[in-house]
Design a protein. Structure first.
Length: 632
């Protein structure tokens, strides 16, 4: 994690240096930009127009209305100043493109429209093939009036530049934006790799949001209209609106998924969904009006909500939550307040400052989000390892056998236990190492395997404690009265419904003529029957049949369970009810058994005051007998 932090620090320093060049761009010959509508008297006074020129200008403006009817336009004037126009050749706006633009050249006897852009104007129609928009100006003794609209009504950085300065800006813009895109691609590469190994809602929303942010940088830099669709200005305009309206949705989805708001704060989760719904409803409005003003207002108003989520995340003290909170505060300050607030107030910031704030804000956020995700993933691995260590310690502490005289039995038990633990622990170790080195194809599937093995160990621990600690069974037994015939009927139904293909292989008989009752834990006794029958059917061989016979002798219920499978050696009968004991004969055809089932059966029977034993029967198979005392 320290390495990741150092890398991120270097990235942030690089971003700061990069943006410093953007902020200190050439601002010579900047023009005063105003928000429409134009006052003819003001323009006539600034450009010193006579009555004839003023009337011609009024007619021109009345006959040429802005393309975006829902968005106000901006305008500026350039008076005839030979010292300025003799050197200047291009008009710069600070935008990659504009949905609507008109440049009027005004002389004493005529007014000419020398440049015009509409939403359908493509890159190939430009006067200068540069990613940013430049309009050439004549060096003649003329006045100029510029009217234009922007998609977000952002104040233009309107400048009159000579050709050398324009070339410098083009080179600098290409280098800086290329560097920014490179950083974003690096972060996106991390996101895609993380998504490949851990396909979940958090990484999906983060990947989409990062991709959209990269496209925003490309779009603001003019790369999309220049390289992706140079002949389709209309599609380029629609694409810009699409990015501005969709990005906040996936940003909120990522926030909600990363912080698990649905699980930990229902109120924040519902509020987040409400904002997402509002953004979705504004998408068709933005496309119809070709204006994202309402989206900007919503993004500005969401700043207090995001600030509260940041402080809430910090208080959770969960892995990565503090870094995540810092990323949200960065977004609130640079994007919601400075950039969007500057756009809404118009004169607060121009497009160059807004662009810098957005790029810096999103880059910092992407970087901090990546660190937060890495910390969260690392913490999940540590928590899993801690859980496994705790389980192993619990298992180790549970194998102490009270009777010190059974040293040989204890050693064998430990050997068997080690054998049982080796397989699941080996699988878990391999899975964890693969996760640590990111060499698994599906992280979710690996975690699922670890969870299955964890549950398997938990079951083994619980079963082992049940058969090795005498007090454990007494705590879970719930005794109740039941007549024997009812119990036998329930056992028969349980066996044929819970054990596959047993309906024709299990036969139950009894010789009970009077009403006999037991005081037992009914579910535990039924488990004994089910376990013994299941073992007989599983290990008895193909076509094995089982016969259950019950009878009462001297106020004791005697149960005999016979199968017609293959017989067992005497040593097997002697150890059959020991914990972790498994058959090593042809009867043991599966490897799913833990060797705990019959040991638990013995503990249950003995816990009810009965006895259990096994031997070979007269028909060549195995017979298990157990007895239970009846109520007097």
């Amino acid at each position: 994690m320290k390495t990741i932090t150092r890398i991120c620090s270097h990235i942030l320093i690089f971003i700061a240096i990069t943006t410093s060049f953007v902020v200190t761009a050439n601002d010579s010959a900047s023009l005063s930009v105003r928000l429409g509508p134009i006052t003819i008297e003001t323009v006539a006074a600034e450009l010193k127009l006579n009555a004839t020129a003023k009337q011609k200008l009024r007619n021109y403006l009345d006959n040429n209305q802005p393309a975006l009817t829902q968005t106000p336009y901006q305008w500026a004037t350039i008076p005839s100043e030979p010292a300025l126009l003799n050197k200047a050749r291009y008009l710069s706006f600070g935008f990659a493109r504009l949905p609507w633009l008109e440049v009027y050249q005004i002389t004493s006897d005529k007014i000419a429209l020398v440049a015009k852009h509409t939403p359908v104007t493509g890159f190939t129609d430009r006067y200068l093939p540069a990613a940013q928009l430049y309009v050439p100006l004549s060096s003649s003794n003329s006045h100029y009036l510029i009217r234009y609209q922007t998609f977000a009504n952002t104040k233009a950085t309107l400048q009159v530049l000579d050709q050398e300065t324009v070339q410098q800006q083009i080179v600098k813009s290409s280098i800086l934006n290329g560097a920014l895109v490179g950083i974003i691609l690096a972060a996106l590469g991390f996101v895609v790799i993380n998504l490949y190994f851990n396909f979940n809602a958090t990484n999906i929303s983060y990947s989409i949001w990062t991709t959209l942010f990269m496209l925003i940088v490309l779009d603001m830099s003019g790369f999309t209209i220049k390289y992706f669709w140079p002949d389709s200005g209309l599609f380029s305009s629609v694409f810009t609106v699409f990015l501005m309206t969709v990005v906040p949705i996936f940003h909120l989805l990522f926030i909600s998924n990363f912080l698990s708001l649905k699980r930990y704060s229902r109120q924040l989760h519902l509020s987040c969904n409400a904002f997402i719904a509002a953004y979705i409803l504004l998408i068709p409005v933005a496309f119809v009006t070709q204006s994202v003003l309402l989206n900007l207002i919503l993004s500005f108003s969401i700043a207090p909500f995001l600030t509260y989520i940041a402080f809430w995340a910090h208080r959770q003290q969960s892995p990565g939550s503090t870094i995540f909170a810092l990323s949200l505060l960065n977004h609130v300050i640079l994007v919601n307040i400075i950039a969007i607030g500057g756009v809404l107030t118009f004169h607060y910031l121009d497009v160059k400052s807004v662009s810098t704030a957005i790029k810096l804000g999103y880059l910092l956020e992407v970087t901090l989000f990546a660190v937060a995700l890495a910390k969260q993933h690392k913490a999940a691995q540590k928590e899993l390892l801690h859980t496994l260590e705790h389980q192993v310690q619990t298992l180790s502490s549970s194998i102490e056998i009270g009777n010190q005289q059974k040293v040989a039995q204890q050693r064998r038990l430990l050997t068997d236990l080690s054998h049982e633990l080796r397989t699941p622990l080996t699988v878990m170790k391999v899975q964890i190492e693969c996760l640590q080195h990111n060499i698994v194809e599906n992280v979710s599937e690996s975690y699922a395997k670890l969870m299955n093995k964890t549950n398997e160990l938990n079951t083994l621990i619980n079963q082992f404690m049940l058969v090795t600690e005498p007090n454990q069974l007494n705590k879970i037994l719930t005794l109740s009265e039941i007549d024997v015939q009812t119990l036998i009927n329930q056992v028969h139904s349980l066996v044929i419904t819970s054990i596959p293909h047993s309906i024709d292989k299990v036969r139950v008989t009894h010789q009970i003529t009077s009403i006999a009752k037991l005081n037992v834990d009914i579910e535990s006794i039924k488990k004994v029957f089910s376990e013994i029958v299941s073992n007989a059917l599983t290990h008895g061989g193909d076509g094995v049949e089982v016969h259950i016979d019950c009878k009462v002798i001297n106020n004791i219920l005697e149960v005999t369970i016979d199968d017609d499978g293959s017989p067992l050696a005497q040593t097997t009968h002697d150890n059959m009810f020991d914990p972790l004991y498994k058959l090593n004969t042809s009867r043991n055809r599966t490897n799913h058994s833990t060797g705990m089932g019959l040991a638990i059966c013995k503990r249950i029977i003995e816990g009810h005051g009965g006895v259990i034993s096994s031997k070979n029967n007269n028909i060549g198979g195995v017979q298990i007998n157990f007895s239970l005392p009846l109520l007097s």
